[in-house]
Design a protein around this ligand. Structure first.
Ligand code: AMP
Ligand code: GLY
Length: 423
């Protein structure tokens, strides 16, 4: 088969790494890809939302399967674009259709889905420019901290958690009236604050059947001890030690099953990954959010633990026979530490040469914001590279990642030295 991956991050390098291990994959393209995917596949410089250019590539190269990494093309309806085109509708697309991608595209849509299907989540109300005053009144009924979420996609920046009521009111106004996050905040969801520890659960579905992948925990803040600004993710650990069998059983019964049944009841066509952001409140799981794709850097610890041929899994998803597949998981732990550009998540420089990769022996460097320029690997983004390791325990794995990071260098390289500190 000829396969195309859309995206350019550590997640997509990990997908590529896993896909090229499959005997079913004859040729792999990545659009646009990065320096990591360039080593094992053919990069094509096309934007993930340029559907016409993707169509041309798919037809020219006789591509049989498209694996969609990020949310943007899904929310913009890439799967529907393929289904509605006579030349493309036989091609397998891994990722939900537009109607289902609204689970990530709109926080309000996701909350309505959760409540309609009785899935545990925080209480909420949503407000728009006409109901700002009602929003203030609702905030007054809540206790601090206040959770404000821009309804639409805001590149992971649309959630604000505020301790002060007046500040929360001011931010609500800035989101709704001053369009702080542009169109994404023309509606705002205000939620009850949930106090607990977070983890993520990843589910594969063909729309009818589901398989649960290993859990992971990511570290979102830039600073040690979970301090400072939010990032795309600074590291991850899988499995999550506090996710006991008893807890995971609750997740499956109370959250995964009603989610998959809900998709069917609501006629939301879904062939792909459901990423469920969870919070453990006491002993019980509640849903913080849905994403309609894999997480990054969670992919860098989840896929390395999947022993099953991922292309077989994708084929089964597209043919709606996921129930035929036996998902085998590596018992070892996997951890990843993200190397980032100094300054990230605020302003940072690019084009710094990355050296030392040839010395890495017992970790896997998944490239993220890195490209090849003049035969050198140079930084091209904030999150540069995820260093993944296996271990009999997560502590052993994390030690290996840090030992290998010591062999790597680029100007102003930064990373968190405490991944896994809270487990
Ligand atoms: P989201 O984009 O919905 O995942 O929100 C980003 C982050 O905000 C989450 O990972 C949580 O850390 C936090 N968060 C979101 N909703 C809540 C909530 N209701 N209670 C507490 N923390 C929350
Ligand atoms: N690491 C969080 C995400 O991919 O959304």
């Amino acid at each position: 088969m000829t396969i195309l991956i859309l995206g350019s991050g550590g997640r997509e390098h990990t997908f590529a790494w896993k896909i090229v291990q499959s005997p079913l994959c004859d040729k792999l393209f990545v659009a646009p890809g990065n320096s990591g995917t360039a080593e094992i596949a053919t990069n094509v410089n096309i934007k993930v939302t340029d559907f016409e250019a993707i169509k041309t590539l798919v037809l020219e190269e006789d591509i049989n399967m498209v694996v969609v990494g990020p949310e943007d093309p899904l929310v913009q309806g890439i799967h529907d674009f393929f289904l509605n085109d006579d030349q493309l509708n036989h091609i397998a697309v891994i990722g939900p259709q537009k109607a289902a991608a609204e689970l990530e595209g709109s926080k309000e849509f996701a909350k309505e889905f959760l409540f309609r299907h009785d899935i545990p989540t925080a209480a909420y109300q949503s407000f728009d420019t006409n109901t700002v005053e009602d929003g203030y009144t609702f905030l007054e009924t809540l206790n601090a901290p206040y959770v404000l979420k821009a309804d639409g996609l805001a590149a992971g920046k649309g959630v604000l958690i505020l301790n002060d009521l007046n500040e929360a009111k001011a931010e609500l106004k800035s989101m709704l009236v001053d369009a702080k996050f542009g169109d994404a905040s023309s509606k705002v969801v205000i939620e009850e604050f949930l106090d607990g520890i977070e983890l993520s659960c990843f589910v594969l579905t063909d729309g009818k059947h589901y398989k649960i992948l290993p859990t992971a925990k990511d570290y979102k803040r830039i600073g040690e001890g979970d301090t400072g600004l939010n990032t795309g993710g600074m590291g991850a650990v899988s499995p999550v030690p506090f996710a006991t069998d008893e807890f995971l059983n609750k997740v499956e019964e109370r959250i995964v099953k009603p989610t998959i049944n809900g998709l069917q009841k609501d006629n939301l066509p879904y062939k792909g990954f459901v990423f469920i952001g969870l919070i453990k409140v006491g002993d019980d799981p509640k849903v913080i959010e849905y994403n309609v794709r894999m997480g990054d850097p969670e992919t860098e610890v989840v896929l390395p633990r999947l022993k099953t041929d991922i292309v077989e899994v994708f084929k089964a998803i597209s043919e709606e026979r996921l129930n035929d597949i036996n998902i085998e998981i590596d018992e070892r732990a996997a951890t990843t530490v993200m190397l980032v550009s100094g300054g990230y998540p605020e302003a940072y420089e690019k084009g710094k040469e990355i050296t030392g990769l040839q010395h890495i022996k017992d970790s896997i460097p998944f490239h993220a914001g890195a490209i090849i320029k003049d035969n050198k690997i140079v930084t091209s983004g904030g999150r540069v590279m995820a260093i993944t390791s296996y271990g009999n325990t997560y502590q052993e794995a994390i030690k290996k990642s840090y030992q290998n990071i010591d062999k790597l260098h680029f100007d102003k390289m930064n990373y968190r030295k405490d991944i896994g500190f809270d487990l």
